[in-house]
Write a protein that binds this ligand. Structure first.
Ligand code: SAM
Ligand code: SF4
Length: 328
């Protein structure tokens, strides 16, 4: 099993399948002149599948595909099919901006995917453009509708909220998600934007969001019995119709229960979004290394995990990579 120096057992692996994206959210990517990875540096599906097999042997049970935008990776449903057939994998999920879901939902569903997180920060086209620096709100909304139509259930909506930008979307997003039976999760803005514009003042805390929602919907009731390694704290609306969650990575870090590792698109293992160290499994794979050698990279990665991300500490140093280069 993958147990670190602080007793945390690692069961989740986030797999980035690309650093490319079809939009340019300001909290993630640079506006222009993006230095994407050359294609030959990106792990093939076979390589990802082999790394996942090793991870499963080491106790990983959940895999989330992410990016960049995972659906811009050609033939992604083929990878979903490869992974969804693995008996030890209990949970396979995908995080997407939804743009390509109108065309791909059915294929993804048929390939065995059942869990989808779709990012949606606003219901206003001009605010969408301000955040994503591209138009396309309608595509995301169509993507959500298509995913529901082909049979995805328990879809989660991720919303990053930023002071002065999409504060006015909090309540409309909550109404929208209740209306369509979607679980809305608000994520605090983290210092992982490529242009280095993050500042504490821009973070709308989960506590503040909760107060605003309670003013509209009445008291939110904490939902008990949720897996403690889940970063989100979920609440039920007073009328019992749907839930809403908060991922308070900045104001209420959940590092002590973190069970996640990350594999970047070019095959580097990371033990924290905010970490500075990486262990390359691609080098091992492409040098003809054994599964035991790949497993050793996992063990090293876990052994070096720090107790927390330290965003609020004076010596906090942002990671060299931005969100799209790590995999959110
Ligand atoms: N492209 C896909 C998407 O946007 O859903 C998957 C990758 S994206 C990096 C994964 C999640 O990270 C999205 O929900 C996105 O909103 C969130 N995210 C990106 N940058 C962030 C930041 N600086 N702080 C908090 N969340 C961020
Ligand atoms: Fe693309 Fe997702 Fe980053 Fe937005 S958050 S730029 S959709 S990878």
């Amino acid at each position: 099993m993958l147990i670190d120096r602080f007793g945390r057992i690692h069961r989740s692996l986030r797999v980035s399948v690309t650093d490319r994206c079809n939009i340019r959210c300001f909290y993630c990517m640079p506006h222009e002149r993006v230095d994407f990875l050359p294609r030959d540096q990106i792990l093939t599906f076979e390589e990802i599948s082999r790394v996942v097999d090793v991870a499963l042997d080491l106790g990983i049970r959940k895999v989330r595909l992410t990016g960049g935008e995972p659906l811009v990776r050609q033939d992604l449903p083929k990878l979903v099919e490869l992974l969804s057939r693995k008996p030890l994998l209990e949970d396979l999920a995908l995080t997407t901006n939804g743009f390509l879901l109108p065309g791909l939902s059915q294929e993804l569903f048929d390939a065995g995917l059942r869990r989808l997180n779709i990012s949606l920060d606003t219901l206003r086209p001009e605010t969408f453009h301000r955040i994503a620096r591209r138009n396309g709100l309608q595509l995301t909304l169509q993507g959500i509708a298509k995913a529901i139509e082909v049979g995805f259930t328990n879809i989660r909506i991720n919303a990053v909220t930023i002071r002065g930008i999409n504060e006015d979307d909090i309540v409309p997003l909550a109404h929208f998600c209740r209306q369509h039976d979607l679980l809305l999760r608000f994520i605090e803005f983290m210092p992982l934007d490529a242009e280095n514009n993050w500042e504490h003042l821009l973070v709308l805390s989960g506590a503040e969001l909760r107060r605003r929602l309670e003013a509209e919907f009445g008291p939110l009731v904490p939902v008990d019995g949720i897996d403690p390694s889940q970063p989100a704290r979920d609440f039920a609306y007073a009328d019992g119709r749907q839930r809403v969650g908060f991922i308070n990575s900045v104001t209420e870090p959940f590092c002590s229960a973190c069970d996640r590792l990350r594999l970047t698109a070019e095959g580097c293992l990371r033990n924290c979004l905010f970490g500075h160290d990486e262990w390359s499994v691609r080098e091992v794979l492409r040098a003809g290394g054994s599964d035991a050698e790949i497993a050793e990279q996992f063990r090293q990665c876990v052994q070096h995990k720090k107790p927390g991300h330290g965003i609020d500490q004076p010596d906090f140093l942002r990671p060299r990579r931005a969100m799209y280069q790590i995999g959110g």
